[in-house]
Design a protein around this ligand. Sequence first.
Ligand code: GLA
Length: 732
Amino acid sequence: MRRILSLALIALFAISARATEVANEIIRIATDATDLILSTAPNGRLYQVYLGPKLLHPEDFAKLSPYSRAGSDGSAATRGWEAYMTAGMEDYFEPALQVTHADGNMSTLLKYVSSEKKSIDGNAEETVITLKDDYYPMEVKLHYISYAKENIIKTWSEISHTEKKPVLLHRYASGIIYFERPSYYLTEFSGDWAQEMQMSHQQLQFGKKMIDTKLGSRAAMHAYPFFELGFGEPAKEDAGEVVMGTIGWTGNYRFTFEIDNLKNLRVLAGINPFASTYELKPGEVFTTPEFIFTRSDNGKGEASRYFHDWARNYQLRDGKGDRLTLLNNWENTAFKFDEDILAGLMKEAKHLGVDMFLLDDGWFANKYPRNNDRAGLGDWEAMKAKLPHGVPGLVAKAKEAGVKFGIWIEPEMVNPKSELFEKHPDWAIHLPNRETYYYRNQLVLDLSNPEVQDYVFGVVDRIMTENPDIAYFKWDCNSPITNVYSPYLKEKQSQLYVDHVRGVYNVFQRVKEKYPNLPMMLCSGGGARCDYEALKYFTEFWCSDNTDPVERLFIQWGFSQFFPTKAMCAHVTSWNKRASIKFRTDVAMMCKLGFDIGLKELAPDELTYCQNAVANYKRLKPVILDGDFYRLVSPYETNHTAVMHVSKAKDKALVYAYDIYPRFAEKTFAVKLQGLDPNKQYKVEEINLMPGAKSRFAQNGQIFSGDYLMKVGLYAFTTQTLQSRILEVTAQ
Ligand code: GLA
């Protein structure tokens, strides 16, 4: 009897061992708030089985079926959400990967091989999953990094093969994620020059909605590489499940949102495959850009703060460092200046109290001097007529004035009227057999060509070698790629869009390696370059040439969805003089503050006001640059807007309240603050007042509990046009 029992036990053990062998392998990619769970299936393939709020009990994972979302079409048994959907098999929707193999076969079927995990800095975890085609020697590695505290997941893939001849990659997304919800709402960001990051939303319906760009270099000019998803309703600020995503690619990107026959949503992010079939040689690895996303159950505000923290902790160059306030000369002088005028402006910068003077466009080129935007790009020697002592003369003047010195360049571009173009016409992207179309009178240099990469790196290197004291670069990029033809790539034209961007990164990387402590502003005719790959190399970016403070309130509202304050440059200028200097400055104060205005055109009390504002900004920088950001009242929904910064310790906050164009006798409402400690007492004081002006904020100087401020709020708005208030909130 005992023998029978033990035989039975052995048999049972064997069965359960076999069961474990064939059991689905679960791969959990988790942050503190979110689980992305992948599972293998008995067919050997890998599926997404869950993406949502973090699950409490790992024993539940086995109940998540890879095939549960299959249709009623008979193929049900083997259809699911493939972790990296390939073309040519039984799923007929948009694939992540589409390949023509060396023998002409256009199908790919990936099976799971293995996965490994490693910790990064104790807070993030990288998961690498290896998949292989079950017939062709092709491999895909899926990378996922999950940042626990910041609740960010980023994913990308590496594609390689050892087929006898090159294969053609037609589609090569960074990643794909799936959702099963009652309905889906997309918020997108569109724009143009001076209209960056305009937000709109729509309900997604069956089929595809794409957000993409084909502009090549000034890539985000019309469509910004960001999206927000709401489920059941448009993504809300302070409640509900939202997903927010972006792609780190400084060129043509594409997001595809596809609702399939089962009313499930697939989101693909990647390089835009438009005109970009890539020939991948045996042994070569094609690495896709990073698709970065977050998910929150408490609305976009929290999801934005996840992005802000993650950017400062991991992605943005010098994310934890300080930022310099500055005086720029572009809006003030444009191309009309000389050494004396600039020396005067440096003294003004010092008088204003900012850290640096930033010299903009127009300082270079001699044979074809850069006195307007029609000539000179490419010839990066100081223009003798304007600057007889060259850049060293300016650096010396800045030292004398007691400010740092920064300089503008646009090294990826060339004007046909330049010595560079005369010498190297084949370095510019342009068609050999058609009339040339110029955008801002210039052409894009062909950075797929390593010689051109050396030249562009050399622009920075030569300026820095001559002037090691230069403290800052503003790196511009005004033209999209026009006349799309690379003299270098010859018959491989379909690799231009990808290889060009890789060339740009090669230059960025070399600059960063050689000058690791040099802060740099990314600019692209305003804010048309603002992706998280470029921002590994740049400390900040220029949000828009539109510095009308009213427009800026919308633009900054848009960019703040994804970027921390310290990455967003905002300058006080003379755009929209109907707005007071106080209003203009109060708008710029919520970002990385700079000025681009002739101080001589200011009345004495206006100048004093600006000096005080700069001093306040410097005093409050730790809160503004490194605190938590809350969007309190949307300019899209009311005639007012308000935002706030709160220090991580919750002992200091700043509330920014703006009345845009209120209606006559409009009912004002209290602004409820966020992020404070409900049990702390806070004193509320208005700052940035015009000299001699008394605060008209009725609650000025009073003390409130954090609880009161968050539940009852402050009467910070007025019914007057273009009024602003900045309130300093200090724990007692
Ligand atoms: C672009 C930038 C501006 C300025 C000009 C100079 O338009 O966005 O800030 O630098 O170029 O030509």
